[in-house]
Design a protein around this ligand. Structure first.
Ligand SMILES: NC(=O)c1ccc[n+]([C@@H]2O[C@H](COP(=O)([O-])OP(=O)(O)OC[C@H]3O[C@@H](n4cnc5c(N)ncnc54)[C@H](OP(=O)(O)O)[C@@H]3O)[C@@H](O)[C@H]2O)c1
Length: 342
């Protein structure tokens, strides 16, 4: 790959612009147009489904012919399909762009092929510039493209002896304030938060992401309740700032696909044990978060129930990503060996 210092700097700028766009069905993309001498002459980013793509947004700031011979630096391969907007590859060709530098290949079945189209039209194309940074920004969107569903984190809090609640079903709070603040911070990074009706009826959770002072985080995950039992009219979750989604069936894959269609890229599953087990059993847990408190509860309320393991050779082996001490508690983050193959 041969790119100039100006192109690399422009890609950094394009990544910053991309992050201004909303998370949703469409990817966050940024674009910068450089003059033949390497100066930035236009910038753009994608503001969500139905609006101009980043390249077209950048070109819209230029007078006709101003982009002739220029270089477009884009965080994602320019698309090659007509959706709600036209193909970006055609817009770049029509504007007279001579060179395109992009970071990540578009994995979309319909939208990919932009680089091939550009090359066929005589445009010089380079890919892979700052690919790692761009992939980090697009990680969850790329997961949706690859798996047809959001990235799923399954979280639970457990006693040292692996219980998620005391024998009478009470579980608030097994862990301390530092661990709970960490949970709320992670909730604020998710697009949806999922619980089963068992947890909803036992704990009446608000399912909001709050600071230790009790204020709402700027971003709130959409609350999702799964299970056939009805949600009480006065349930706290009904006062959530995001619209509540209640799905009575137990087809987790169907619900995950539906959430992806709604633009949900990252799901935080907060249990309880029945639902957490169902996600693990279905191979839908991309990441497991186990908050372990130095407390013993004994009894029947195990953190996980049936996950389809009847003998040790069927054990779900995980790779530990991190172990952190949060106040008196531990947080273990682990991912399955076969992540992404389900
Ligand atoms: N320690 C922790 O981290 C933690 C977290 C949350 C809750 N808890 C505790 O856990 C207890 C509640 O546990 P729980 O297991 O009864 O609650 P749950 O897992 O939240 O809810 C179970 C319900 O989820 C519904 N469901 C939807 N899709 C399903 C599927 N594919 N497979 C299985 N069930 C599905 C079913 O509802 P329907 O029967 O209505 O169809 C099922 O009865 C409470 O004591 C609570 O305090 C602990």
């Amino acid at each position: 790959m041969t790119t100039t210092d100006a192109e690399r700097a422009a890609m950094r700028r394009a990544l910053t612009l991309a992050a201004r766009g909303p998370r949703g069905v469409n990817p966050q993309v940024g674009a910068v147009v450089l003059s033949p001498s390497g100066e930035i002459i236009a910038e753009g980013w994608h503001r969500g489904a139905g609006t101009a793509h980043a390249e077209v947004d950048a070109l819209s700031h230029l007078t006709p012919d101003a982009a002739r011979g220029a270089t477009a630096v884009v965080t994602l391969e320019p698309c090659n399909h007509t959706g709600r907007t036209g193909p970006c590859s055609e817009a770049l060709i029509a504007a007279g762009i001579a060179r395109v530098v992009y970071a990540v290949d578009d994995p979309g079945e319909k939208s990919s092929g932009g680089a091939t189209r550009l090359r066929a039209a005589g445009v010089d194309v380079e890919s892979g510039e700052l690919q790692g940074d761009a992939r980090a920004l697009l990680h969850d969107w790329l997961t949706v493209q690859q798996l047809g569903r959001p990235h799923v984190t399954v979280k639970w809090a457990q006693s040292l002896d692996g219980r998620a609640a005391a024998d009478d079903g009470t579980s608030q709070w097994i862990t301390g304030p530092v661990a709970r603040a960490d949970v709320h911070r992670r909730r604020s990074l998710a697009d949806a938060i999922v619980v089963g009706t068992g947890t909803l009826l036992a704990d009446d959770p608000a399912l909001t992401a709050r600071t230790p002072a009790g204020d709402l985080h700027a971003h709130q995950p959409r609350p999702v309740v799964l299970g056939s039992r009805s949600i009480p009219v006065d349930a706290a979750v009904r006062r959530h700032p995001q619209p509540l989604l209640h799905r009575p069936g137990n087809d987790l894959r169907a619900v995950m696909a539906e959430l992806a269609e709604l633009g949900v890229q990252r799901v935080f599953v907060e249990g309880g044990p029945t639902l957490a087990s169902a996600f693990v059993d279905a191979g839908l847990a991309d990441e497991v978060l186990s908050y372990v408190a130095p407390v013993l509860l004994g009894g029947r309320r195990l953190a996980l129930g049936d996950i389809g393991v009847s003998t040790i050779t069927e054990a779900r082996r995980l790779t530990v990503v991190s172990v952190d001490r949060l106040g008196d508690d531990l947080l273990i983050v682990a991912t399955p060996h076969n992540r992404g193959e389900n």
